[in-house]
Design a protein around this ligand. Structure first.
Ligand SMILES: [Zn+2]
Length: 346
């Protein structure tokens, strides 16, 4: 079958690949419909690796996906042929200690699409476990469903933060993950979320999503001054670091209220500065997230009910035959784009 293959750093091709798609008794076969282009896909393309994961052999990209079930295994009970679905891309070892403890996302044995050596799903079909495949209500489109994967990161982060109604939030970074995190924090109950970024255009997009999002240009001291001015000098209850920028990570406690929580989302290639003194005097709680666990059905429910609207984040859609071009454009990081998606032929 034809797939979008990362041959090696900087080289993509749309070509035939032989892939094992044996259907197990608890698997479903899915015809892919929409696949989002993730920052990690682009990073593999431009850098040949993400952190410890290095591309040493040709790999199919893509992990943010929706599609239609076209065949079910003999023991599948919750899905049927024709069901529209989205898929959680990381499949853990069901018997691992992490999985048995309910922390399957940190199972060292997890197999995650488009993370070497596991192939991704920018291809016509795939086989996936029923347990990690989620049926879509009629009012959730394939495009929205392919946003569930990045949204899951934001929902997991807001859950870890234990947002309470009326909390004041801060999100550092207005990329796709920063924006879904801001939406998740609002849906979790934040009264207001300050979003900061270096890009003016990204802040305009952030501000357009909700009246409760306050854009603040990332300039030295600007965020802290603004948050303190609007909270009687108290600070924000929850702060999400979603920029992956070392300088931003070094300042996470500055706008934080006493007893507040910082959630680290953005990946960091190198160790970053941590202001232990600023954390101590606030008795700050610090949480880290690695992908997500147990949140896909919640995300689907929130899209269906309208509690969260991700449609404004989908800024461009390409055909599968334009995949290589789509990645070239994504690699240039156009400031007006949030999420680009690729549609497979149906
Ligand atoms: Zn992703």
């Amino acid at each position: 079958m034809d797939a979008l293959v990362l041959e090696k750093k900087g080289e993509l091709s749309l070509r035939d690949v032989a892939l094992d798609e044996t259907l197990g008794p608890r698997d479903v076969r899915i015809k892919l419909h929409t696949v989002g282009i993730c920052g990690s896909d682009v990073h593999y393309y431009t850098h040949g690796g993400v952190g410890p994961f290095v591309v040493n052999a040709p790999m199919v990209l893509g992990h943010e996906a929706s599609g239609t079930v076209i065949e079910v295994g003999s023991e599948v009970t919750t899905l049927a042929e024709g069901d529209r679905v989205c898929m959680e891309p990381g499949v853990p070892d069901p018997n691992s200690r992490a999985t048995r403890l309910g922390k399957y996302n940190v199972d060292p044995a997890v197999r995650f699409w488009a993370t070497p050596p596991v192939h991704g799903i920018l291809r016509p079909t795939c086989v996936h476990p029923e347990a990690f495949t989620f049926k879509l209500p009629d009012n959730v489109s394939f495009a929205e469903a392919a946003m569930v994967e990045p949204l899951a990161v934001g929902i997991h982060a807001a859950t870890k933060a234990r947002v309470a109604p009326g909390d004041i939030g801060v999100v550092l970074g207005a990329g796709p993950i920063g924006l879904v995190t801001a939406l998740s924090a609002l849906a979790a109950g934040c009264a207001k979320v300050f979003v900061t970024d270096l890009s003016e255009r990204k802040l305009e997009i952030a501000a357009s999503l909700s009246q409760a999002i306050v854009p603040v240009p990332a300039k030295s001291g600007a965020l802290k001054d603004r948050v303190m001015a609007e909270t009687d000098g108290w600070g924000a209850d929850v702060l999400f670091e979603a920029s992956g920028a070392p300088a931003a990570a070094a300042g996470v406690f500055e706008p934080l209220a006493p007893g507040g929580c910082v959630v680290m989302i953005g990946g960091q290639a190198e160790p970053v500065a941590y202001d232990a003194g600023a954390a101590m005097v606030r008795e700050a709680r610090v949480e880290n997230v690695f992908r997500y666990a147990h949140v896909f059905p919640r995300c689907v429910s929130m899209l269906s009910s309208g509690a969260i609207d991700v449609k404004p984040l989908i800024t461009r859609t390409f055909g599968f035959d334009e995949s290589v071009r789509a990645f070239e454009i994504a690699a240039e990081a156009p400031p007006a784009d949030v999420k680009m998606q690729i549609e497979l032929p149906q």
